[in-house]
Design a protein around this ligand. Structure first.
Ligand SMILES: NC(=O)c1ccc[n+]([C@@H]2O[C@H](COP(=O)([O-])OP(=O)(O)OC[C@H]3O[C@@H](n4cnc5c(N)ncnc54)[C@H](OP(=O)(O)O)[C@@H]3O)[C@@H](O)[C@H]2O)c1
Length: 281
């Protein structure tokens, strides 16, 4: 019998990731702040909890996949939050992209209750979440990491511990700094080529067959060609990630530029995909 897992956060990433564990035969208890998003998983056999507190009372390993630091603070320290339950010897894996600071703070609170915390953010998007091909970067105690690695391996093609608490978050912010810069770079080069008479299809064909080709440029190039800007990775999330990277010390020319570029359009395009930036450059 596989270990029972608690899952908090059923957004674009949380649903396919938790679904994979359910399909692997892990008994799952799920919680999402807003009602209704639990229906698909519940119809496949997941139990539904009414609060994070109930999740930690009912399961020993809890995975969280939510938006940001604010959500994490509420889930841990809210009235019905994880730490409101008098529980110990649990493992909490926070896979959300959040700051190293909030991970250190929540890990400290957890330790007072003998609860173990790992930060384990992911690289990859909805498609990789569905196929179990995420890249998972983990910060926290090595012995706890080894215990939960078999679970994480169902979600990712690479699960790597990069250091102590918060180190996973730092690695993830560095990856997404590159993501922001590359997305803006792709959009700017497409516009430059188009404004000088080069068909976008031809330009992307050249990129995709040259030394700079990558899975990411292909996916986002196709989205540009098809005018398809529905969020796989919401633009508001890159604003958050570049802001968190700045707060962790990234003060470089391209980092600053990308933050400013995405921030300026967040109110208008925040719910669309990151590559929707091309509409406003
Ligand atoms: N999408 C991607 O391609 C991608 C890739 C890698 C990493 N990530 C990261 O993964 C995380 C989740 O991304 P996503 O795309 O799944 O986001 P999403 O679709 O916007 O879902 C966000 C989830 O967080 C929950 N949430 C937000 N604020 C909350 C709060 N205050 N209390 C409790 N729950 C709260 C939402 O609950 P409600 O339903 O109640 O709003 C929802 O379940 C983010 O940190 C993102 O940066 C995303």
């Amino acid at each position: 019998m596989k270990q029972e897992i608690g899952w908090i956060g059923l957004g674009r990433m949380g649903i396919p990731m938790s679904m994979r564990l359910l399909k692997e035969g892990y008994p799952l208890t799920i919680y999402n702040r807003t009602n209704g998003k639990d229906e698909i998983l519940a119809s496949q056999g997941a139990k539904v909890a009414l609060s994070p507190a109930q999740i930690i009372q009912q399961t020993n390993i809890i995975v969280i996949m939510v938006s940001d630091d604010k959500a994490i603070r509420e889930i841990f320290t809210g009235t019905d939050g994880l730490l409101s339950a008098v529980e110990s010897d649990k493992i909490i894996i926070n896979m959300s992209t959040v700051s190293p600071g909030i991970s250190k703070e929540m890990s400290g609170l957890c330790l007072k209750q003998s609860i173990y915390y790992l930060d384990a953010p992911v690289s990859g998007s909805v498609k990789q979440a569905e196929s179990g091909e995420l890249v998972i970067m983990v910060g926290g105690e090595g012995t706890i990491f080894i215990k939960v690695k078999p679970i994480l391996d169902h979600l990712g093609k690479l699960t790597i511990r990069v250091g102590d608490t918060g180190a996973g978050n730092v690695a993830k912010l560095a990856v997404n700094t590159l993501l922001g810069i590359i997305s803006q770079g792709l959009a700017e080069s497409v516009i430059f080529a188009r404004n000088n008479g080069i068909e976008t299809q031809d330009f992307l064909n050249i990129i995709n067959n040259g030394a700079m080709s990558s899975a990411y440029l292909k996916i986002k190039g196709d989205a540009i060609l098809q005018n398809r800007f529905q969020a796989a990775f919401a633009l508001k999330h890159i604003v958050k990630d570049l802001r968190l990277a700045r707060e962790s010390g990234l003060k470089t020319p391209l980092g600053e530029t990308a933050y400013k570029t995405f921030k300026e359009v967040e109110s208008e395009l925040g719910e669309e995909d990151i590559i929707a930036i091309i509409k406003r450059l």
